[in-house]
Design a protein around this ligand. Structure first.
Ligand code: UDP
Length: 140
């Protein structure tokens, strides 16, 4: 399988509860390497631009407000099949449906406040990494 890079966000509900280290440990245990990392506080407009593909969905306003409510930790994770592997470690969007051992099963509060974001395809990984990081910030 190819070495890939994917964009991860540790969301406000998790940074607020001081869960950053525990979540990063799950990525590392799964064989993913953190090759870029920063803690930032998004504005609602920045959150809106990042989630532009969800603009027409009913939860968009709430999602943007939530993502701008507290700092987030944005990271690039690298590894074999990193995009799918990260989605596996994250678990289903709704923690009630997430498998045992996944981040969302263990830490998420609700379908909205679900602790982590992860790119869902090669195209979105490329767009989302470029949204937050310059090439100089990616250190493999
Ligand atoms: N979301 C929400 N309500 C929903 C579905 C999604 O608040 O009914 C939020 C949730 O934070 C989710 C994000 O919107 O992580 C993006 O939704 P998507 O369906 O892309 O889920 P993901 O890829 O994050 O599992």
């Amino acid at each position: 399988m190819a070495i890939e890079r994917t964009l991860s966000i540790i969301k406000p509900d998790a940074t607020k509860r001081n869960l950053t280290g525990k979540i990063v440990a799950k990525f590392e245990e799964a064989g993913l390497r953190v090759v870029a990392s920063k803690r930032i506080h998004l504005t609602p407009a920045q959150a809106g631009a990042f989630y532009a593909e969800h603009k027409e969905r009913g939860f968009y306003g709430e999602l943007c407000a939530f993502m701008a409510s507290e700092p987030v930790v944005v990271q690039v994770l690298e590894g074999e099949g990193a995009i799918a592997k990260n989605r596996e470690v994250m678990g289903a969007t709704d923690p009630a449906a997430a498998a045992d051992g996944t981040i969302r099963k263990e830490f998420a509060l609700s379908k909205g406040e679900n602790s982590v974001h992860g790119s869902d395809s090669e195209a979105s990984a490329a767009r989302e990494i470029a949204f937050f990081f310059s090439g100089l910030e990616l250190v493999g």
